[in-house]
Design a binder for this molecule. Sequence first.
Ligand SMILES: [Zn+2]
Length: 403
Amino acid sequence: MTLVLLGLVSAAVADSSSDAAPGMGVVVHEGAVFTVVEERSDGWVATTPCRTEIFLDEGDRFHTADVVLDPGHGGPETGSVGANGLVERDVNLWVAVLTRSELEALGYSVVLTREVDLHMGIRQRTTIANSLSPRAFVSIHHNGGAVRRSDDPGTEAFHQTANTESQRLAGLLFEEVQTALAAWNVRWVDTVHKGASARIRNDGTNTYGVLRMTPDLPSAIIEAAYLSNAPEAELLATPEVLFAEAAAIARAIDRFLTSDDPGTGFKRAFLDEATTGTGTGWNCDDSGYGTTVSVTSGYTDREYADLVAMAARVGHSPESLQRFSIYALDFVHALGGRVALDPLPAEVIPVVSGGSVPVDVTLSWSPAEQVVLTRVADAYGLSPAEAQKLGAVLMVFLIGISG
Ligand SMILES: [Zn+2]
């Protein structure tokens, strides 16, 4: 056993990184979208809206989509707020849901980056889009800030710099949305950015993360109207206005995908590094996703007595020692990048059930912890129960030799 345990520390060959998973698709569960990092027979290792990797075993699987719509903001990041109490994060979501219906009626497959109100940073939104490789990616927003009186809607669309397809998408979004909203006659406001343009940083890259971090997709942002302007906030509280806006966004996307129409409203790119500071996902908490599972490993009386004794020696419970051991094994596994390991020979795989191991020890593993447990189990060709016990045996051994 000793040699085998030390052998765990050897082994080589880097395999995968655990970050973004382009092309691996998503799982949608209870309105949240999880990007798939690894496909497993019993579920998925997937990334939550707050970018925690968890084990997920239920949800709707999407490998790709024609269109990804991103309802901007969510949770504590409200976006702009109307005098009537309307909050941008909600209006964005309603419009996105309606736009999806319109697009689905036209035969397109559509995935939203969120289907409910939840906190999510820009990076995860773009990870979702990138992982689905859509033909168009549109982030839906409603603006704040302008006070300049305008005769027509101050609709703004933003596109990726030096990307003619993204530019065409933004031009069509501007054209359709501004035209649709202009059917209502209110005291509109606008800024010099009314139209379709690229907003860039000093280094020439896109200021907006949703555009910058999706370089392989035709992406655009639509700021349909000014929610901060009271008359426009009143309009956005009206269902038919939301339906009209959604239909306009869907028409723009459909025209983008089925024609060479150029769009309108183009303005010169402008330098502006400043963003509102939202979208970082700071303090994002989504610990409620996934399910906690229990894993039981059986021990012989002798093995369990050793475990209790060694745990006591280092001042921990047997349970915490076992849990720590899995993280220790994962650390070993991760040394120098992910290392591929040979499965353990059958004779050293710990016996975890049956009459010879009368003492059952059960640990509960959170969805995030399950990722680590599963990774360790896979690395050594073990079941989770076996990995849990192997870790414990390793700890007993290491504490034993440390005197
Ligand atoms: Zn916004």
